[in-house]
Design a protein around this ligand. Structure first.
Ligand SMILES: Nc1ncnc2c1ncn2[C@@H]1O[C@H](COP(=O)(O)OP(=O)(O)OP(=O)(O)O)[C@@H](O)[C@H]1O
Ligand SMILES: [Mg+2]
Length: 264
């Protein structure tokens, strides 16, 4: 059974794309077959996986325009068992077009269920990266997903950001996708020993305990550096705290069990 997980948070820069890339790598190292769909027109996942624009033959644009041929839109990452359907938006015209087409919010779901049904997407996990907004593309991803994985950046403004997302998930559960679950909320950019991270952790535990992951992603320079290498951090420095934390998150998702929350 393929599990479709949307990675979402309406706030920008909280680690959605980083999570798509690094969780995919950690799942793949555990011999899971993974497809990332980049549903953010910014298209950062391709660069994160080392795919040059010139090698991209197709992507989400074709999913929405209805001319998708799997062989043209699925690109192997070049390492591990990770494939990508990139956000192949290279001009302002294409960006305008994709937002127009995305008003058909059910399009991604129909695309996925068609191919999943016919066995043509042989993946254990499909991770959908989403834009930093509660827009049509994000809603389309939530309609297509089995669950939502929510990075929660340690810090005051970030804590406020996920209330609206949770409300939207609830609305979607009551209407178009009753099976939609919150996979996990997990802390990221965690800095041990700082008051801001400590308060964020306490608030997250108070407000979301039953949804909160035991995996905590630290603020880790190796994660930022790996992006410049166009690789997941585990392939640049497997011992880095960030790599270990993403393994922990992958383990939780594979085992479908929450790791104990680290103390302190
Ligand atoms: N745990 C971390 N430690 C250090 N740097 C990180 C960490 N997570 C992400 N980053 C860096 O923070 C920046 C923002 O991360 P990312 O692009 O994943 O966020 P995003 O939520 O996808 O942003 P957007 O909303 O714009 O799509 C990137 O430069 C990334 O390398
Ligand atoms: Mg992003």
């Amino acid at each position: 059974m393929t599990k479709v997980i949307a990675i979402s948070n309406p706030k920008g820069g909280v680690g959605k794309t980083t999570t798509a890339i690094n969780l995919a790598a950690s799942l793949a190292i555990a011999e899971q077959r993974v497809l990332i769909i980049d549903a953010d027109p910014a298209g950062a996942v391709a660069a994160g996986l080392g795919l040059l624009p010139a090698t991209i033959r197709g992507g989400i644009f074709e999913i929405f325009s209805g001319s998708a041929r799997l062989s043209e839109i699925i690109h192997p990452a070049g390492y591990l068992n990770v494939d990508l359907i990139p956000a192949n938006i290279f001009s302002s015209q294409q960006e305008i077009r994709i937002w127009e087409m995305a008003k058909n919010r059910i399009r991604l779901k129909n695309f996925l269920s068609g191919y999943l049904y016919s066995g043509k997407l042989p993946y254990d996990y499909i991770l959908i990266d989403t834009p930093p907004s509660l827009s049509d593309l994000t809603i389309g991803a939530l309609l297509a997903a089995d669950s939502v994985l929510i990075p929660l950046q340690c810090g005051y403004y970030a804590l406020n950001s996920i209330g609206q997302l949770l409300e939207m998930i609830e609305r979607i559960r009551k209407s178009a996708n009753p099976e939609l679950r919150v996979e996990r909320i997990f802390l990221t950019f965690f800095e041990k020993g700082t008051r801001a991270s400590h308060i964020s952790e306490q608030s997250a535990r108070r407000d979301f305990l039953h949804l909160l992951s035991g995996a905590v992603i630290p603020k880790n320079a190796a994660i930022g550096y790996a992006a410049f290498e166009h690789k997941p951090v585990a392939l640049v420095d497997i011992a880095a705290p960030g790599a270990q934390a993403y393994f922990e998150l992958a383990k939780e998702i594979i085992n479908n069990q929450r790791a104990p929350f680290p103390v302190g």
